[in-house]
Design a protein around this ligand. Structure first.
Ligand code: COA
Length: 535
């Protein structure tokens, strides 16, 4: 008996020893929680955890449920005869399910902004680039504007109207951004820039051709530092004979086809007030950037996004290239030049105020046109409302008269028709005419001055015209975000002062210690070089 007890005790001791050895060799089923990453690491690129946080990747049970649901849907579609689900469609369904985030239950407008979590390294200046990054900032991106120490973006001081304050030129193009000053050609400045590159999603620049490379920031170098970074550039021209040229707004309008097709046939080419070269190209670039961000969700890598101002303007002048090709088939009958019997040349002519489409239009005088340069209305003789037009202007006979009743019959007589309509508009203010014509669904629009637009109450209500307060210049008007998203509502915040957020960015975005910040500052990389006192 004693022997059995002893044997059992020995067995227990042996079992315990084996268990202890196993415990040492086998890692626990759940690894201990990892220590929190330092702030700088956490801020780095949108890895899986960040993507999950942003709702881009469904995980665990949610992913499984979503995948199963997507597959069920594909099978049902097939059952309805919408095609057999192949391995490819099933894989597509699985991919779609993986990237589909859970639907927010928050009220519209309360679920953050569209580009929350996207960080932009904004190396832009003047107008084209800043319009692009301002749009991204309005959609919620954290836009860090890098400026040269001392003066910053040249527009801060251009067309100044308040002494010592940033100009309207600058403030109206740089809302919702943060500003850091960095001398990009200084060794310590480069160090800071490279750290920013590692932590941002997009770099946007519109330097003269080659300037970024001369700073040492080639695509290869940036891509090696941060393979997820999207590098977006505006240049005047794409590859070709003019690729090295510097370009401003009007150069783009002239080389992109706008100037040759704007103005009157018997006058010189004209540039337009709308900044289609600068702001238009900024818009194109913004679309390129969000598209590249979207693709990065799938590929995981960045890419180059380039827009040439010439290309952007030509894209906006697409209807004029349409007309260029139509010339081969005969005269452009909707141009008033045709009605006047003036022959067409080899290129799309300037069309004055002719409408660019198939419904003839013109600018007509209204009451007080002699004293008010904007007392005019744009009037379109849209075919479906021709009868109403005839009634309004007092020419009911034109409804059935074969010389006027059809659009084709009217084309050679446009000048005479618009002269007659003008006899009606000239007796009314542009707003009275608009009011009457709208009752009959006749398309028209008063020529609104900038003063009238600035005072327009409906534009104020929609936030298209906003009043902004600025610490050094006071209150001013600006154009808010013209693109309205119902779940990402833009608020316009004042533009930053030069270098206003330098410390905040060094500390919170880059995670530099106080000692390192002092070292960088002492090196002179963030401040303007001291001028030597005159001897
Ligand atoms: N630190 C140090 N140097 C800086 C700097 C910084 N933070 N920011 C800019 N610079 C330097 C550039 O590296 C460049 O130096 P480099 O010529 O020795 O290489 C220099 O400043 C001038 O830059 P650049 O872009 O050439 O400015 P510019 O005033 O001579 O030309 C434009 C202005 C707009 C004509 C030109 O930038 C351009 O053609 N851009 C592309 C088209 C465009 O966007 N045009 C529309 C503007 S609204």
């Amino acid at each position: 008996m004693a022997k059995t007890v002893k044997a059992r005790a020995a067995k227990r001791v042996k079992k315990k020893a084996v268990a202890a050895t196993r415990a040492k060799a086998t890692p626990p089923a759940r690894p201990p929680r990892r220590a929190a990453k330092p702030a700088a690491k956490r801020a780095r690129g949108p890895k899986k955890a960040v993507a999950r946080e942003r709702g881009l990747v469904a995980t665990g049970a949610r992913a499984t449920r979503a995948t199963a649901k997507a597959e069920r849907k594909a099978t049902k579609r097939a059952a309805r005869g919408a095609g057999t689900p192949t391995a490819k469609t099933r894989a597509a369904a699985r991919t779609a399910a993986r990237v589909a985030p859970r639907m927010s239950r928050k009220p519209f407008g309360a679920a953050g902004k569209a580009l929350d979590g996207v960080r932009i390294l904004d190396f832009t200046h003047v107008q084209s680039g800043p319009t692009c990054t301002q749009l991204l900032a309005w959609f919620g991106a954290d836009v860090i504007k890098v400026e040269r120490p001392g003066g910053g973006d040249i527009t801060r001081g251009q067309l100044a109207d308040v002494k010592g304050a940033d100009s309207l030129y600058f403030t109206m193009l740089n809302h919702n951004k943060r500003s850091i000053t960095i001398d990009s050609k200084h060794a310590q400045g480069k160090r800071v820039l490279e750290e920013l590159i590692k932590r941002c999603d997009v770099l946007v620049e519109n330097f003269a051709p080659g300037a970024l490379d001369r700073m040492g920031l080639t695509w290869e170098h940036i891509h090696a530092l941060n393979p997820r970074m999207i590098v977006a550039s505006i240049k005047g021209f794409g590859p070709g004979p003019y690729e090295d040229c510097k370009v401003y707004e009007n150069v783009a309008q002239c080389t992109g086809g706008a100037a040759s097709t704007t103005g009157f046939r018997d006058g010189p080419p004209l540039v337009t007030g709308a900044q289609i070269g600068d702001s238009g190209t900024g818009l194109h670039l913004a679309l390129g950037i969000v598209t590249a961000l979207y693709q990065r969700n799938r590929t995981g890598r960045g890419q180059k996004v380039s827009v040439a101002m010439q290309d952007g303007v030509l894209n906006l002048c697409r209807v004029k290239l349409r007309d260029q090709q139509r010339l081969k088939a005969g005269p452009l009958t909707e141009y008033s030049q045709y009605g006047r019997g003036i022959p067409f040349g080899e290129a799309t002519p300037r069309a004055g105020n002719d409408s660019g489409g198939g419904q003839p239009g013109w600018i007509l005088k209204c009451k007080d046109w002699e004293s008010d340069p904007n007392a005019y209305i744009y009037f379109i003789t849209q075919a479906p409302v021709w009868g109403a037009i005839c009634d309004v202007i007092g020419e009911p006979g034109w409804k059935t008269d074969p010389d006027y009743a059809t659009p084709a019959a009217r084309l050679p007589k446009l000048q005479q028709i618009f002269d007659r309509i003008e006899q009606w508009t000239i007796g009314k203010t542009k707003f009275e005419a608009m009011e009457i014509l709208n009752r009959y669904d006749i398309p028209c629009g008063p020529i609104l001055s900038m003063k009238e637009l600035a005072e327009d109450s409906s534009l104020r209500r929609t936030g298209t015209v906003v009043e902004v307060d600025h610490p050094t210049r006071g209150k001013y008007l600006s154009v808010g975000n013209p693109i309205k998203l119902s779940d990402s509502i833009s608020e316009v915040k004042r533009s930053p002062l030069l270098g206003e957020h330098t410390d905040e960015i060094l500390k919170k975005v880059l995670g530099f210690k106080a000692r390192e910040i002092k070292e960088i500052k002492d090196s002179g990389a963030l401040s303007a070089p001291q001028r030597k006192p005159a001897a």
